[in-house]
Design a protein around this ligand. Sequence first.
Ligand SMILES: Nc1nc2c(ncn2[C@@H]2O[C@H](COP(=O)(O)OP(=O)(O)O)[C@@H](O)[C@H]2O)c(=O)[nH]1
Ligand SMILES: [Mg+2]
Length: 368
Amino acid sequence: MRRAVVVVPTYNEAGNIEKIIPQVFQATAGITNWEFHILVVDSNSPDKTAYIVKKLTSKYPRLHLLRVEKEGLGKAYTQGFNYAIDKFSPFLLFEIDADLSHDPLLIPKFIKEIEQGADLVIGSRYIKDGSIPKNWAIHRKIFSVVGNIIVRLGFMKLNITDWTGGYRAIKSWIIKNSVPFIKNYHGYVYQIALLDRAIKSGARISQIPIRFKDRKIGKSKINTGQFILNIFAYIFFNSSFIKFSSVGFIGFFIDFGISYLFIERLKSAVWLGTLFSTETAIISNFWLNNSWSFSHKKLENSLRLMLPSFLKFNLVSSGSILIQTLGIQLAVNFFGKKLWYFYKIVVIVFIVIPYSYILYNKFVWKEK
Ligand SMILES: Nc1nc2c(ncn2[C@@H]2O[C@H](COP(=O)(O)OP(=O)(O)O)[C@@H](O)[C@H]2O)c(=O)[nH]1
Ligand SMILES: [Mg+2]
């Protein structure tokens, strides 16, 4: 029989914890081919949450308690997952909030997705039939919606709709793979880091709609300002797409610098300087993308294996040059020459970058 551990992080959830535990056990009672456990990870709540859980363990033998220091949500989850994996060797782990915002009755739906082949199931508020609470203050709604759109765009993963939510089913192997990395993310940004790692390690992601209910008891622990800063920092340092765009930017300067050197200083022919500078930029872009932007899909370090990919890279890059040249010429024909640099930026940002990013992902750095 496959085992699943539902990990419930708590900080001052005394009013909610007695309700959610029976609800989870009731919701899973009908799933007879799985064995369900609950692990409450409490960060030394002063309101005696742990004491209540301890008392309930005599009634529920599959209820367990882990007490940890107060070091943030991410840290509580990583410690809880490590403990659960060590002690119960589960096939599957669940994340769920303690404050009844997530309906435990949906657990069977998550299981169904796993049984149909998903590695990680996201409870999403942002797909059809999912929702956030109507009574949330407007700033909280905006933050949640805009925050998720920024993450989707930042990673260029538009089909993953809810990055910040905390209702998920995750196969243990993903957690084992990800822990060395995500253990550095203590706060709420950990949810984004875990999903990013899961995708990078090739997990099959599936989404089911959830209606997020506002908590009735207790207070939210989220520090919105801190969270926004952490999200931006995380995307900046971890998004292949952002790294890829930065590499392109660096390539532009290399190209320009070498052209200048050859044409202005060494008085070489313009075509020769241009040929040399563009190819140097292409080589350096290839190297930087391979070792940095797409390091999780890094190509084999042998010349023989790399050469076909490098040729494809050259082909896609030549396409970029062609698109740029034709695009700008077309714009100039239509609107006149005056704003040529503006058209250049528009063509690069809206056509060349998405075009080359998609093609490199498809043909050069393929998903493993
Ligand atoms: N163990 C632990 N749980 C936490 C911590 N911070 C938040 N939680 C729990 O994480 C879940 C979601 O937190 P909540 O404050 O409701 O966030 P919100 O729903 O985004 O407002 C709840 O079950 C909290 O009790 C923490 O530092 N340690
Ligand atoms: Mg909550």
